[in-house]
Design a protein around this ligand. Sequence first.
Ligand code: H79
Length: 570
Amino acid sequence: MAASIAYADTTALENSTRPCEHEASEEGDARMAWWREARFGMFIHWGPVSLTGHEIGWSRGKQTPIAGYDALYKRFNPEKFDADEWVETAKAAGMKYLVITTKHHDGFCLWPSALTDYDIGETPFRRDVLAELAAACQRHGIRFGTYYSVCDWHHPDFPLGSPGGSTEKPNPNLERYNEYLRGQVAELIERYGPLSTMWFDVPQAVTRKQAEATSAYVRKLQPDITINNRAGGGVPGDYDTPEQHIGGFSRQRPWETCMTICRQWAWKPNDQMKSLEECIQTLIRTAGGDGNLLFNVGPMPDGRIEARQVDRLKQMGEWLETYGNGIYGTRGGPFMPGKWGASTCKGSTVYLYIMHWTEPGTLRLPALDQRIRTCSILSGGDVSWNQSSDGISIVVGKEHQQDIATVVTLEVEGPAFDLTPMPVIIPSASLAFGKNATASNVHHGESRYGPKMALDDNPDTRWATDSGTRSAQLEVDLGKPATIDTVFIDERQWNRIRKFKLEYKTSDDWQVMLAGTTVGEDFRKQFTPVRAQHVRLNILEATESPTLWEFQLFKDKAGNAAGCTTKDDK
Ligand code: H79
């Protein structure tokens, strides 16, 4: 199996929202109750690989030759490791649980396992990192969970090897490997449990039957443990795991976005770190979509978490001290996350986290079917508001607008959770809005991923293509000829397009009006005006299957996105 196949499998799992398979059960709800309340956890990727500064697992046989990678543990001696310091950092960040890579794809075990010698007990350090960490978590009231990689490119019995599972081992024995895996997860639960979660990953070469058996075994050892959706074979587990992006709004199926504070999972010197604004807005948008955030740090080879990362996490915690009431113990909605911001609710309170004003100082929201009793700014100050059957408007003076998010609370008459979730649609006035469209490819042929989803001004819907797609066309019929000179394209943080042409149809040909390379979030470009009825975005190259949230066309509108103003308009 090639590395690319392994990756495609993971992607499929991340996106697995097949409601019929994931019927909520009472046991499931009970297991997940604390998890939903907690909302925010720390992910830790660590091991001897930190000595190289390259990516955990994936750099084996790539940046670092296999023999060299596998010998790193002999000089892994993180003398400054202090479990209390890590857990105190998580706590200061406002995190409620912690999940650590007990074994990544490289096979190294951070605890002294009875089933292998490739573990922390054989390093000069020798201390049991998991025992110390589990104890520290207990002391500080943080739930402790274990990441355990299903694939093991180091173990001779696992059929695939490095780099990235693209090679085959000479004498694999998957039966025996599964016994090893089950023996190890039993050690984890028995020695360091009760665990908050068993966080499986990259289940290459595993059948549904085997994954079901493993999950049942884990459940038997600890009935209230949560299990993610990566045990293998499409076994759904308790929650979905969007990786490095924020999951879509869903109240039916629990989900947890895992994301890195820098770029790499494992420590890398001078890795690019996210701004405080990006960190906090990510947490808000996650909670607003009714999901959790498992935010990753990669500690250094000396055992410490980088000071700048510790500082960033503390800043998040300080923000949460003021605004966390609207994060912990809340549910996402009723206003779905979008460019404008996100909302959460608890009791009869709706929390609005306003990040972009639809007009300077004003936010317009769709109508609610409960009366708003009061409206206030969480950090104090005046807000004026109006509610009618057409919608709600909220006006906040410049002096009370906050950089990261202005937090406004609405008190409604009944349980806010009963309000039906709705998108915040800001009319773009795009000439392509609601027009007929066709696409060369639609993800699984499903209409919810159809081309019209890119023409609906709805920030929660998108046109998507099948995984494996690397080029695609989206064609719009404007109904009648129109003059256009501006395009707006939004593929969010996915940033998959590498080469595209914007074209219009003449009587017998497609003519190029704009050519470009990357698109990403909020791409806006003006070009020489053309008059056309049929316009297409011709994506010539993409790193993954192309997907677009919005595709908009304008005449004389080089201005702001979707009628939105940003904080810069203050
Ligand atoms: O443990 C972390 C990742 O190592 C693992 N899951 C999270 C929690 C993971 N599984 N699949 N993937 C990541 C996606 C694979 C991405 C890749 Fe790459 C792109 C592999 C090779 C190219 C990222 C960039 C890793 C190496 C370079």
